[in-house]
Design a protein. Structure first.
Ligand SMILES: Nc1nc2c(c(=O)[nH]1)N[C@H]1C(S)=C(S)[C@@H](COP(=O)(O)O)O[C@H]1N2
Ligand SMILES: [Mo]
Length: 411
């Protein structure tokens, strides 16, 4: 439901969005000055005990930084359902100057660039009324999800496994909008910019896709998440959704699209968000990659969600173990599980297919003997790609996808 007055709307969003908890956290209301004040609040970075704070429209989430907000979803939540609720979805920003109030009808996206034959502007109202939207479930995952588990350790946000989420995205295919822009045949890349800005040396966050990636019919300008407005912190009123690709390409508060005749080399494409240009996107610790490329699609991952490390089970009693798997857009074909640290494997039961970009549920029954058990799961996608048994390493701490281990005890 759209409301006429964007201030009313934002006020409504704040009231329904846990503003009380935000105030309780000593951060006041969600204004720029409150965020400036938040910057002076001491909060521990990820290692050791981590604080939970409820930002506007969010339930209490793990705080990595407050300015800009960087919030991680507590992992237990992934056991509650395959769709991550909007108020629990992780948040990642690079720059502190983030929008806190946007008119959801008047907001416009400017489309231009030197390989755009017909520059124009499109408002949200036009985007909603002049095009046919599509909707699908898709996982968004930060490139640095699980970075704190790298060994040797790497710098950057010390995330555990909660910088991911699965939501239902509704939006207009980018290629339908670009069709109006009359791309010149010199077009090589498309760049995307949002309303947030760099401050004090932080470069404006701009991303680029090759034209063929941008014209993929599943790439959308999304304006709904799980059937409602996208939360402000997740990119209200419109974000680019590039299913199967790491979150870095999912530009929030999208305001500018440029079609250009060259490879864009802004900071967030080069040197940031690049991976070693080889099959594993990995190197030996302490070495440097011979060449790099922009990070691309997700690698295959799977997680047990119903049991945490250290869980206690009843010996001799059957437990139903549950988890999730996903990949970069082929879809999951198979999940295997081991209850003996990876020595022997069996097939887990797959849950319903909910689309090739979605989390896929799996389950298996496990009746433990007395003692400690090392549970592992490993997934394969439809093109046969899987997860390594030993962790791969790379300097930025991106793309972790090793077969994880969950140790449980039965008594
Ligand atoms: N405008 C804008 N969009 C952005 C970013 C940003 O800093 N600014 N960060 C990107 C990164 S690295 C990630 S992982 C995703 C996270 O999306 P979320 O905050 O909605 O979870 O947003 C992407 N889009
Ligand atoms: Mo990210």
């Amino acid at each position: 439901m759209r409301q006429p007055d964007s201030n009313d709307r934002l006020r409504r969003r704040l009231v329904t969005g846990g503003a009380a908890a935000f105030a309780a956290a000593g951060l006041g209301s969600f204004t720029r000055s409150a965020l400036a004040q938040a910057a002076t609040t001491e909060l521990p970075i990820a290692n050791g005990k981590r604080n939970l704070v409820a930002f506007p429209e969010k339930r209490p989430l793990i705080v990595l930084t407050t300015r800009p907000p960087q919030l991680e979803t507590p992992f237990e939540l992934f056991n509650e359902g395959l769709v991550t609720p909007n108020d629990a979805f992780f948040v990642r920003y690079h720059n502190a100057a983030i929008p806190t109030s946007v008119d959801g009808d008047k907001h416009a996206i400017k489309i231009g660039g030197n390989a755009c034959g017909k520059p124009f502007e499109i408002t949200m109202a036009e985007l909603r009324s002049q095009f046919k939207p599509i909707e699908y479930l898709a996982v968004n995952q930060c490139s640095g999800n699980s970075r704190s588990l790298f060994n040797p350790r790497v710098t950057g946000g010390q995330l555990t496994n909660g910088a991911m989420g699965n939501a239902r995205w509704l939006g207009v295919p980018l290629r339908d909008v670009l069709a109006r822009a009359e791309l010149k045949n010199t077009a090589r890349q498309v760049t995307f910019n949002g309303l947030d800005n760099g401050v004090m040396g932080g470069g404006d966050f701009v991303k680029a896709l090759d034209v063929h990636q941008a014209l993929d019919p599943d790439v959308i300008l999304a304006y709904q998440m799980n059937g409602t407005d996208i939360p402000m912190l997740n990119g209200y009123p419109v974000k680019l959704v590039v299913p199967g690709y790491y979150g870095t390409y999912w530009v929030k508060h999208l305001s500018e699209i440029e079609v250009i005749d060259r490879t864009f080399d802004g900071f967030w494409m080069n040197p940031a968000y690049r991976v070693p240009d080889n099959d594993c996107a990995c190197i030996e610790p302490g070495t440097t990659p011979a060449a790099t490329r922009p990070i691309g699609r997700f690698t295959v991952r799977s997680f047990i969600t119903s049991l945490a490390n250290g869980a206690q089970l009843r010996a001799g009693q059957q437990a139903l173990v549950r988890g999730i798997a996903f990949d970069g857009g082929q879809g999951i074909r198979e999940v295997a599980y081991s209850t003996d640290g990876g020595q022997t494997w069996r097939g887990a039961k797959l849950g319903a297919e909910m689309g090739r970009y979605s989390f896929r549920e799996f389950t298996f029954a496990f009746t433990p003997d007395k003692g400690t058990h090392d549970l592992r799961v490993r997934a394969w996608n439809r093109s046969g790609q899987s997860q390594p048994m030993e962790a791969l390493w790379q300097p930025a701490g991106y793309m972790r996808n090793v077969v994880e281990s969950v140790k449980v005890t039965a008594a």
